[in-house]
Write a protein that binds this ligand. Sequence first.
Ligand code: HEC
Length: 205
Amino acid sequence: MKIIKLLAAAALSFAVSPALAQDKAAPVDRAVFDKLLTDAFAKAPEDWRKKMQLDETQRICTETRNQPSNAQVGAIIERESKDVKYPADGKFFGDIKAGLRVANTGTGAQFSDQPTTYVGGNCYACHQMDVKEVSYGTLGPSLMGYGKARQDEASIKEAWKKIYNSQAVVPCSNMPRFGAKAILTEQQMKDVMAYLLSPDSPVNK
Ligand code: HEC
C-alpha cells in the first residue's frame, strides 16, 4: 500500500504544475502510472510481476475510483463469491495462539522474501482486536468483541467468506483477499477465525 501511495503521489506531481498541485489534481495519466509501477518492480520475478495486472474486479474499482455502479456491485459479488472455498473438514476454528500470530504479523508477500519468511495477515494494521493490544490501525472497523454475538453458523460462515475474499462481501473493499489470492493458508485462516470468533479468545473477553 505504502509504495503504491508513494508512486501515486509521484505520478501526481509529474502530472500537475506545482502552482496547481494543491488546488486541482489533474487525473493521473494511466500510462505514466503503469510505467512507474512496472519500473519500480523491475527486479521482481516474472510470476510476481503478473500481480501488477489488474483482475476484472480491481479494474472496475480502479476505473470507478471505488464507486462501482449497482450493476457492477452485483457483478463483483457474483464473481468473487464463486470461488470461496470453505474448510473441507467443516471445522472453521483452528488455534487461537496461532491466530494471534496471523493477526499481528505483517511480514511476507514481498518479492524480496526468503522462502522461510512467515506470511502474516496483518489484521492489526487495519483493525483493533484484543483490547490489550494498543498498536493497531483504523482503516477497518474495530473487531473488538467481534465473536460475542456471532456464534451461529451463518455468522461464522460469513466471517470466513469475508476473510477468504473481502470483495465477495464488500465490493472494492480495501481488505486483502486472503484466501482467493493465496496470501494465507487454509490453516492460517482457521487460526485467525479462532482468534477472531472463539469465546476463549482475548478478542472476546
Ligand atoms: C488493509 C486493511 C485491512 C487488513 C490488513 C484487514 N482488513 Fe478486515 N477490513 C478492512 C476494511 C476497510 C473493512 C470494512 C470495509 C469492508 O468490509 O471491506 C474490513 C472488514 C472486516 C470484517 C467485517 C467487519 C464487519 O463490520 O462485520 C472482518 C471480520 C475483518 N475485516 C477481518 C479481518 C481479518 C481477520 C484480517 C486479517 C487476517 C483483516 N480483516 C485484515 C480492512 C482490512
